[in-house]
Design a protein around this ligand. Sequence first.
Ligand code: SF4
Ligand code: SF4
Length: 238
Amino acid sequence: MAIHEKSLIETERLLEHDSLVVDGVDVSGQWNTMITPRTIVDYDDDFEAKIQSYVGGEYVHRCWQCGSCTNSCTMYAQNVQFNPRYWIYLTRLGLTDELIKDKDIIWQCVSCNKCTNICPKDVKPEGVMKALSHWLEEEGITEKSPSRIFDEEFTDQVYDYGRIEDSKVMKNFFKESGQPLVQGWLVEFTKRMIKRLPVAHLVRLGTNVVFTPKTKSWGKTGEVLKAYVREQKEAAHG
Ligand code: SF4
Ligand code: SF4
């Protein structure tokens, strides 16, 4: 029988004869594939609990490995290396080194939530993908993802002003994520917007870019909000 997810097994552990006949039966190639056993010693006992402490990772323990999440996954359809079921399995076993091998694709989850809708155990696999991405970033194993940079810019503006100014969020996001400030789609979008918006609205937009508006009486609220978020994070991650 063909071994599905063969790509997940180290090549040196796969034994296969290109040409083999046993008792007159031709079992060449994948028909004689064997996997050498291995003893796992490099696991982290506390890792499942750690991922449960992130928003989205709370229900990872419920997974029964049915594979529905991977079957329905938008990213798996593009790239079979993107495999939520497998990463949830590794999380439960605490095999962090194996997870780190896939650090460059775990963050690619597009949050379509097909996996979350189909999961019979209500694991919320999308949340687990986000939790794993955040763990990789916080451990310094990966660079901040574009979505993380965007979230931080958005949150900082809420802390500082009590609201966000779209154009400023975009400008700072492009800058922080190393993207050019002038992009074709943005120029076209702006041109079309200018054509359709009333002049008074455009003037207000322009003024907001220069003088970022603030929620009335925001005062110390931003500091209180920051302290609260910090406390919540410390309580969750220790
Ligand atoms: S669909 Fe749910 S239960 Fe099934 S493998 Fe994915 S996370 Fe686990
Ligand atoms: S939310 Fe992420 S993991 Fe879930 S189906 Fe969509 S791309 Fe796949």
